[in-house]
Design a protein around this ligand. Structure first.
Ligand code: NAG
Ligand code: NAG
Ligand code: NAG
Length: 363
């Protein structure tokens, strides 16, 4: 409801902005951004630089089912089987290492680095999954002697230049062999990523791919570096109300004619109108709605009132000046998911409770 209290003034701010009151719009926008826990952006300046990364299919899938009102368990992500209301895809910012020595049949050596600073302090990380994808097929068949070997190391401390490859300065996290490089690989790094959140503890990872058997020209996987892609899928629980056991209510019955009786009115909130279309990927807006109307005596059942509101209308009918009518307020709200780019161009899916007014009532 706190969010809606912010949304409605925003609607008013749009009307003002037509008259040029951009300062007002700016401060309303800042409040809305804060309320939504979204990064501050200057709406006037479109994103610059290279194209942002594409939205991973899993996020589209999660987004597609994000509006469900009757979520069996709010703040639970069934596809990943973890609790969470925020899903981020961190892009890899690690550097390539100098070309490997020819005799080791290393296809590639690369640092992987994910800047997790976007994770808020109050957020509980529930899943971190490293995903490595290869943009095209590379079959082990071309290296008859054996499969590819993928190793993931964790630097165990800061090392001087040139020492990082020393076996004692790194710890093997994952070692896996596979016959083909034609699919994506995922590794659970939840515990490692939790440690990365501590100050100065994130030294990233070192990825090595080797092909022990080689053709005459060198490792069978030469050139692989041009189509490798790594990202970290992180799920967290942001301190937002995760309502358990959402109350089920009957279908909304439109109150009897009269026009001014308390009910939900349509309000479409367009992100484009506030200049957010550059970084909010989806939706482009949503039907937020709002409540307005009278709560007259006698309150009918459709007005979904409390005993207190019923008594208040009785008192109001006897003493209209001394006691106000009950208020027409949202009594049932549903969630919305928003897919957006954060300031580091990571793709984020965030689930917000109580964004859409489904039903109003007199309270
Ligand atoms: C991580 O990102 C934050 C915020 O974007 C930035 O201030 C910080 O310098 C980054 N850290 C590294 C090591 O890149
Ligand atoms: C969720 O809501 C948004 C905005 O109202 C809409 O664009 C999207 O299609 C909805 N998704 C589903 C699965 O209903
Ligand atoms: C009003 O709320 C009560 C529970 O508080 C529920 O039983 C009833 O079905 C609701 N009526 C409408 C019209 O939503």
């Amino acid at each position: 409801m706190a969010i809606l209290r912010v949304l409605l003034p925003l609607q008013i701010a749009w009307a003002f902005s037509l008259a040029g009151a951009h300062d007002l719009l700016g401060s309303r926008e800042a409040r809305l951004l804060r309320a939504l826990g979204l990064p501050a952006r200057t709406p006037a300046s479109p994103k610059s630089g290279p194209d942002p990364p594409p939205v991973p299919p899993l996020l589209w899938k999660l987004f597609g089912r994000g509006n469900r009102t009757e979520d069996p368990e709010p703040c639970w992500i069934e596809e990943l089987r973890v609790p969470g209301n925020l899903v981020r895809v961190f892009r890899d910012q690690g550097a390539w290492m100098s070309p490997p020595e020819p005799d080791r049949w290393l296809c590639l050596q690369k640092r992987l680095y994910f800047n997790l600073s976007a994770l808020g302090e109050g957020e509980r990380l529930t899943l971190a999954r490293l995903e490595i994808r290869f943009g095209r097929n590379l079959y082990g068949a071309s290296s008859p002697g054996g499969p590819f070997e993928l190793s993931l190391y964790r630097p165990s401390g800061l090392a001087l230049r040139g020492l990082t490859a020393h076996p004692y300065s790194r710890r093997l996290l994952v070692g896996q062999s596979f016959a083909h490089l034609h699919k994506s690989f995922a590794f659970d790094l939840t515990e490692v990523a939790k440690e990365w959140r501590a100050p100065a503890r994130n030294l990233g990872l070192l990825l090595e791919i080797a092909a022990p058997a080689a053709t005459a020209e060198g490792p069978a996987c030469a050139g692989i570096d041009s189509f490798l892609e790594a990202s970290l899928l992180a799920v967290s629980l942001a301190p937002a109300p995760c309502r358990r056991g959402r109350q089920r209510r009957g279908l909304h019955h439109v109150p009897p004619a009269g026009g001014h009786v308390c009910k939900a009115r349509r309000l479409y909130l367009s992100f484009g109108d506030v200049g957010w279309e550059n970084w909010i990927i989806a939706p482009q807006g949503y039907m937020a709605n709002y409540c307005v109307g009278e709560c007259p005596f006698p309150l009918t059942e459709e007005l979904n009132s409390t005993n207190h509101a019923i008594l208040q209308t009785i008192v109001h009918s006897l003493d209209p000046d001394g006691t106000p009518q009950p208020c027409c307020v949202p009594v049932r709200l549903s969630p919305v998911s928003i897919l957006y780019y954060d300031n580091d161009d990571n793709v984020v899916l965030r689930h917000y409770e109580d964004m859409v007014v489904d039903e109003c009532g007199c309270r």
